[in-house]
Design a protein around this ligand. Structure first.
Ligand code: 4AD
Ligand code: MG
Length: 478
C-alpha cells in the first residue's frame, strides 16, 4: 500500500509538508538507478517527465534529468495525480527509493510528494511522446532537441569524448594551450576567413584599421600558435572552436567546428606524427566504448544499425599507409568514373577519399607526401624534386573521408624564407621566421575535426547532428 501523498504546484511550496521534504538529499536519476541499496531510503529527484501512465489504482511516471539515457520510474497513488503533470513538465519527486517489482527496472521511487516545478504546453511542444522524429525535423529546434533521447545520448557521448581526448594528452605529457580565437593570420592560407569587426566605433579607428588596427579574423586553426608553444613545452595540444567561411552545405562541413590539434617538437619523421594520430583515435574510441556503453548501445540500435561492429573494427586493425602518388595510381585504375580529375597534382575529393578507404577494406588510410602546391606554406619540403612533394598526411576514414590533416613543418630558415617570399608573406610572418632563428627543432603536428570523429564512430550521416548548435551557410539559429 502506498503512503498517502501530496502533489503541490510551485505556489504550494510553503506548506509544512514541503518543508519536511526540503531536507531530503537530492540525487540524480543516474545515482538512483545505480543504487543497489536494498533498504528503502528517502530521496528527492528532479527531472522532466518522459511518460505518464495513469491507471485506475496507480500513476506511473518516467522522469529524466539528463544524467542517463534510462528514465527513473515513479510510482504514485492516484491522489497525487495532477493535470499539470504531463509529458515535458519539470517535476521534483520526494519519496522512497525501493526495489522495483517490475522487470524493466531494478529500483523505483514511491512518491510521497510530487511538485510541478514547470508546466509543459504539450500541444505546442514540438516533440511527441514515444515518437521518433527524423533528424531534419529535430534540427529545427536547437533549443529543445537536447530533450530527445538521441540528442541526449549524443551530447553525453560528446562530453565523454572531450574528456577522453584531454585525458589522452594529459597522460602522454602534453601541455594544454588556449590558442586565440581572434587572430591576424590565415594559417591555412585558403582565404576561408570570417573577418572580425567591432560593432561600435569605439575606439575610433585612426587610419581605418578597425578595432585592432590590423585586419582580424576568427581562427581557422590554432596550429601556428601551437608551434610557438612547442618551442618551449615540446608537446602541446589545443581543443577549441575553429571557423571556416566555406560555402558548403555538405554533410561534413560546418562554419564553426571543434578541432583537436597537437604539435610535437624533436620529431623528424611523419611516421611519429601518424603514430600519435592513430593512438589518439584508438584510445579515445576504446574509452568511449567502455564509458558510454548504454548511450552507444542506443545509438547503434536506433540511429545507425550495423555501426557497432564497424567502430569496434576501427580500433582493432592497423591503419593503412599509402603515398599520394600511389593513391592517384589506384584512382586512375578504378573501375568507376569520378566527377573530379585524378591527374597527379589534383586535390583528393570526397569521392576519391571514400573510394580509397573502400579499396583498402574499410580501414582508415594515411595518405602521405602530397604535391607541394596542394599544401600550405608551413609544410616541410621533401626535396624529392623541385618543389615536388611535402611531408603532409591526411587520415581518411570510412563513411567520412578526411578526418585528420597533419604534416612536418618547415623548420629550415632559408627554405621557409624563400617560400614565404614567393607568396609575398615575409613581412606578415616575421615572427614565424623568428622561431626558425632561435633554437629551431624539427617538429610536426596534426588537427582532427572533432565532429567528423563523432560522425565516424557513431555512424551519424550529417555533421549538423553531432554539435549542439550547428552553424552553416544561411543558418545561425539562436
Ligand atoms: O586539414 P585541416 O585544414 O588542417 C589544419 O587546419 C591544420 N592546420 C591542422 C594542424 O596541423 N594543426 O583541418 C583539420 C581537420 C580536417 O581534417 C577535418 O577533419 C576538419 O579539421 N575540418 C572540418 N570539420 C568540419 N567542418 C569544416 N568546415 C572543416 N574543415 C576542416
Ligand atoms: Mg585538410
Amino acid at each position: 500500500m502506498l503512503a498517502a501523498g501530496k502533489v503541490v504546484t510551485r505556489l504550494g511550496s510553503h506548506c509544512p509538508w514541503h518543508r519536511c521534504h526540503r531536507s531530503l538529499s537530492r540525487i540524480s536519476v543516474r545515482e538512483a538507478l545505480s543504487s543497489h541499496d536494498e533498504d528503502t531510503r528517502k530521496v528527492k529527484v528532479q527531472g522532466w517527465v518522459r511518460s505518464v501512465r495513469d491507471q485506475k489504482e496507480v500513476l506511473f511516471l518516467h522522469i529524466n534529468d539528463g544524467s542517463s539515457l534510462q528514465n527513473l520510474q515513479i510510482v504514485a497513488e492516484p491522489s497525487l495525480r495532477h493535470s499539470s503533470i504531463s509529458f515535458g513538465s519539470a517535476v521534483e519527486v520526494s519519496g522512497a527509493l525501493v526495489s522495483s517489482v517490475g522487470t524493466k527496472q531494478s529500483v523505483e521511487v514511491k512518491a510521497e510528494e510530487i511538485r510541478v516545478i514547470g508546466e509543459c504546453d504539450t500541444k505546442d511542444f514540438p516533440f511527441k511522446i514515444k515518437q521518433r522524429h527524423p533528424p531534419e525535423y529535430v534540427r529545427q529546434f536547437p533549443h529543445l532537441r537536447c530533450r530527445t533521447n538521441t540528442f541526449g545520448s549524443l551530447l553525453r557521448i560528446r562530453s565523454e569524448a572531450t574528456a577522453a581526448i584531454h585525458e589522452y594528452f594529459k597522460s602522454h605529457g602534453y601541455v594544454h594551450i588556449h590558442t586565440p580565437i581572434i587572430t591576424s593570420n590565415d594559417c591555412e592560407g585558403a582565404g576561408e576567413l570570417f573577418q572580425v569587426e567591432a560593432g561600435n566605433k569605439d575606439p575610433a579607428p585612426e587610419d581605418d584599421g578597425g578595432f585592432f588596427g590590423v585586419p582580424a579574423f576568427l581562427t581557422v586553426s590554432g596550429q601556428l600558435h601551437l608551434e610557438v608553444m612547442s618551442g618551449a613545452f615540446t608537446r602541446v595540444f589545443t581543443f577549441g572552436p575553429t571557423f571556416r567561411a566555406e560555402n558548403s552545405q555538405s554533410r561534413r562541413h560546418l562554419a564553426e567546428f571543434y578541432m583537436v590539434e597537437a604539435e610535437i617538437s624533436f620529431t623528424e619523421s611523419l611516421e611519429d606524427i601518424m603514430q600519435v594520430m592513430e593512438d589518439l583515435f584508438k584510445r579515445t574510441t576504446s574509452a568511449l566504448l567502455s564509458k558510454c556503453a548504454e548511450d552507444l548501445a542506443f545509438f547503434f540500435k536506433y540511429v545507425s544499425p550495423g555501426q557497432k561492429d564497424k567502430s569496434e573494427q576501427l580500433i582493432k586493425n592497423k591503419f593503412t599507409v599509402m603515398s599520394y602518388t600511389e593513391a592517384i595510381e589506384i584512382l586512375r585504375k578504378a573501375p568507376v568514373t569520378f566527377q573530379y580529375s585524378t591527374e597527379w597534382g589534383c586535390d583528393l575529393q570526397t569521392e576519391h577519399e571514400k573510394y580509397l578507404v573502400r579499396y583498402c577494406g574499410d580501414v582508415p588510410v594515411f595518405v602521405i607526401n602530397y604535391p607541394y602546391d596542394l599544401k600550405p606554406f608551413y609544410t616541410r619540403d621533401n626535396e624529392d624534386g623541385p618543389q615536388r612533394t611535402v611531408s603532409a598526411v591526411d587520415l581518411l576514414v570510412p563513411g567520412i573521408g578526411e578526418l585528420f590533416g597533419g604534416s612536418l613543418r618547415e623548420e629550415r630558415l632559408h627554405i621557409l624564407e624563400s617560400r614565404l617570399d614567393r607568396l609575398g608573406l615575409t613581412d606578415m610572418y616575421q615572427w614565424y621566421l623568428d622561431l626558425r632563428k632561435f633554437g629551431p627543432v624539427p617538429h610536426g603536428g596534426f588537427g582532427m575535426g572533432f565532429e567528423r570523429y563523432l560522425q565516424c564512430i557513431l555512424g551519424v550521416d550529417n555533421i549538423k547532428d553531432v554539435i549542439p548548435f550547428p552553424r552553416y551557410p544561411y543558418s545561425c539559429l539562436l
